[in-house]
Design a protein around this ligand. Structure first.
Ligand code: TA6
Length: 302
């Protein structure tokens, strides 16, 4: 099951003329390019990382012009997969932020056409490199369906004999016209942890408007979130399943300057809205059991 191999071999095995091809992307990293009547999309085997989705020809995701494209480094933008911990690892400050999944080379399992949509499935599993940081035995699939909507599914199986606990996030970067002018709806009245203010617990009042560095974990919410963008004249809707936290992030000026793989002014063109299960909402999974988290993204014109 699944395939590694040269880009040409992967394209020979999984490519479908006019629909999907495997090519060398940035940094020579293999990527799957999708073209259909409704959309275009891209997904790297590096981190099973979706880097582009263009329903109707308009790009919805943000990718930094300064992103790194190399083994061991996370791509800045698109949809990084954070797993099996979020942020810093509680018991090991040396461990890579947001886990190891986003910097690992995943295997391509299948590319399947369904109507006007195309589903790309990739997976990774426990091995020597993961056990360095995390003892569990697991297999993790990321299935991305590119169509009028973008559907992202993280499917984890505990392949071991002991229960495991994990955090996860589909850490999506959305392209916006001008950050100060967007509004994020759907989290009114929801509790959140403010990571810019000593992890204080607060309650969201009305829409989220970004006026400074924003780093919040919204708790115990399955609400759909709407990102309204008057400059790009569109609204992006993020629905989700089996996800009890939503993270909203914009680095603003100083944090953006401190990130070497983000252009100094690029914070104005991005916002992260992340379907996730983090912190107190980490998931426990018994041996042999499976857990699926899903985000469904759609776009409407304003
Ligand atoms: O999702 C928000 C966040 O956890 C922020 O705290 C910020 O650090 C961001 O992720 C980016 O993290 P990264 O490790 O990709 O630089």
């Amino acid at each position: 099951m699944g395939a590694v191999g040269t880009i040409a071999e992967l394209d020979r095995r999984f490519g479908t003329p006019g629909v999907a091809k495997v090519v060398a992307g940035n940094g020579g990293l293999p990527k799957v390019c999708i073209t259909s009547a409704q959309t275009e999309g891209e997904m790297y085997l590096h981190g099973a990382h979706v880097t582009s989705w263009k329903p109707g020809g308009e790009e919805v995701l943000f990718v930094s012009s300064r992103s790194r494209w190399e083994d061991g480094r996370a791509i800045r933008g698109g949809v990084p997969v954070c797993f099996p911990w979020f942020g810093d690892k509680a018991d090991d400050p040396k461990a890579p932020a947001h886990g190891f999944a986003r910097t690992k080379a995943w295997q391509l399992e299948s590319i399947v056409r369904g109507g006007d949509a195309v589903t790309v499935s990739m997976f990774t599993e426990s091995d020597e490199s993961t056990k360095r940081w995390w003892a569990a035995d697991f297999r993790l699939f990321h299935r991305a369906t590119f169509g009028r909507e973008l559907s992202l599914e993280l499917v984890l199986t505990n392949t071991g004999e002991r229960a495991l606990r994990f955090e996860e996030a589909l850490h999506a970067y959305y392209r916006v016209g001008q950050i100060e002018r967007v509004r994020v709806r759907g989290l009114d009245g929801v509790y959140y942890v403010d990571k810019t203010d000593r992890n204080q617990k607060k309650t969201q009042q009305g829409d989220i408007v970004i006026t400074t560095e924003t780093d919040r974990v919204y708790l115990n919410t399955e609400h759909e979130v709407e990102l309204e963008d008057p400059v790009l004249r569109r609204s992006v809707h993020v629905a989700k399943e089996n996800s009890l936290t939503s993270v909203v992030w914009n680095p603003w000026v100083q944090k953006a300057r401190a990130l070497s793989d983000l252009g100094d002014d690029e914070w104005k063109q991005m916002i992260c809205i992340e379907a996730s299960n983090v912190g107190d909402f980490a998931v426990d999974l018994a041996p042999g059991r499976q857990h699926t988290t899903k985000a469904i993204v759609s776009v409407a014109n304003l």
